[in-house]
Design a protein around this ligand. Structure first.
Ligand code: NAP
Ligand code: ZN
Length: 346
């Protein structure tokens, strides 16, 4: 075991503070990463504040990790010292169940091991990327292609893959009309990726404040959901809607925007339920689905796709002492469009 600097929450209330955490020694199949940047995901905030259930504290969040390999175990073949690498939302899975075998480790039937706040194989609680170093099994470490800066790549490890996976799965591409609800961390990546896939992209945001940004990110259309006319104008028009909103919204109003056989995929994960009226689905053979991050193979595919298309996140790099301010700004929908912690300041 060795000790590294980190920012962690001592409890569900009161914010994050500088501290140290323990990392395990590098095992045969492990990679030691010097973290350079860690993105702030709304899931970090939900988790720290107990929105999704009780946690073990202190808790160092962070599952958008980009850094450099500084050590490898004796049996490691996938990565070498000096490699530019990333770690996302999971650091292990059973490897044997049907879903793991299919490369969908995020849906491991035994439960994947989350990057933070999860019980690791050795019984310890995992600690995330708001820290200077992390030790991760090589199979859960992906390669960040040359040409993608580590700072703009960090958010791809969660926000990027969480939007790429359903866009890919539900066939976003030329001739498809895709709407993205919520222009935050996930939403802005959804716009960039769906646009690069060739789909026609519409942003549905609470107001028109982010209109110019939305169009610059690649959206073709932008509407305010605070205007009831939006829901009349767009009724029955989208093949695919990706809902990234972190709070409960009237999901039926959005389901009615789907065309025949359209699908609304929820990636936003509010603590509250989203009650569906069956008639919103029946009248149009519509689907309401969910999607969690993506598998490791698909995460690498997404990184390669982003490098090929010159896609990184729009970021605001902050020193660690600004983490609590950044949380407040994310909660106020005042993020443009991902906060990224400079790990050198931890
Ligand atoms: P974020 O940066 O805060 O973005 C969420 C956006 O939703 C906001 O920028 C805002 O966009 C909109 N919004 C917020 N509150 C709203 C409200 N009350 N009504 C309507 N719209 C509202 O958050 P994020 O990091 O993108 O994460 C979004 C959600 O996805 C979180 O719940 C997170 O936990 C979840 N998530 C899920 C997965 C997964 O695997 N499924 C992975 C990562 C994150 P506008 O200002 O444009 O309206
Ligand atoms: Zn996340």
């Amino acid at each position: 075991m060795f000790t590294v600097n980190a920012y962690a929450a001592p409890s569900a209330t009161g914010g994050l503070v500088p501290t140290t955490i323990e990392r395990r020694d590098v095992g045969d199949h492990d990679v030691l990463i010097e973290i350079k940047y860690a993105g702030i995901c709304h899931s970090d905030i939900h988790t720290v504040r107990g929105d999704w259930g009780p946690q073990t504290y202190p808790l160092a969040p962070g599952h958008e990790i980009a850094g450099i390999v500084t050590g490898i175990g004796a049996a490691v073949t996938k990565h070498a010292v000096g490699d530019r690498v990333g770690v996302g939302c999971m650091v292990n899975s059973c490897g044997e169940c049907a879903n793991c075998q299919a490369g969908e480790e995020q849906y491991c039937l035994a439960g994947n091991t989350g990057t933070y706040g999860a019980v690791d194989r050795d019984g310890t609680i995992t600690q995330g990327g708001y820290s200077t170093h992390v030790v991760v099994a090589e199979n859960f470490v992906v390669t960040i292609p040359d040409g993608l800066g580590l700072d703009v790549a960090a958010p791809l490890l969660c926000a990027g893959i969480t939007t790429y996976s359903p866009l890919h799965h539900w066939g976003a591409g030329p001739g498809k009309k895709v709407a993205v609800v919520g222009l935050g961390g996930l939403g802005h990546m959804a716009v960039k990726i769906a646009h690069a896939m060739g789909a026609e992209v519409t942003v549905l945001s609470q107001s028109l404040k982010k209109l110019e940004d939305g169009l610059e990110l690649g959206a073709d259309f932008f509407h305010a959901t605070s205007d009831p006319a939006t829901f009349e104008l767009l009724a029955g028009s989208f093949d695919l809607i990706i809902n990234t909103v972190s709070a409960a919204i009237d999901i039926n109003a959005y389901l009615r925007l789907l065309t025949l056989d359209g699908a609304l995929v929820n990636v936003g994960a509010p603590a509250e339920p989203l009650p569906v009226q069956v008639f919103s689905l029946i009248m149009g053979r519509r689907s309401f689905a969910g999607s969690a991050i993506g598998g490791i193979r698909e995460t690498q595919e997404m990184l390669n796709f982003c490098a090929e298309h010159g896609i990184g996140a729009e970021i605001e790099v902050i020193p660690a002492e600004k983490i609590n301010d950044a949380y407040e700004r994310v909660l106020a929908s005042d993020v443009r469009y991902r906060f990224v912690i400079d790990a050198a300041t931890l």
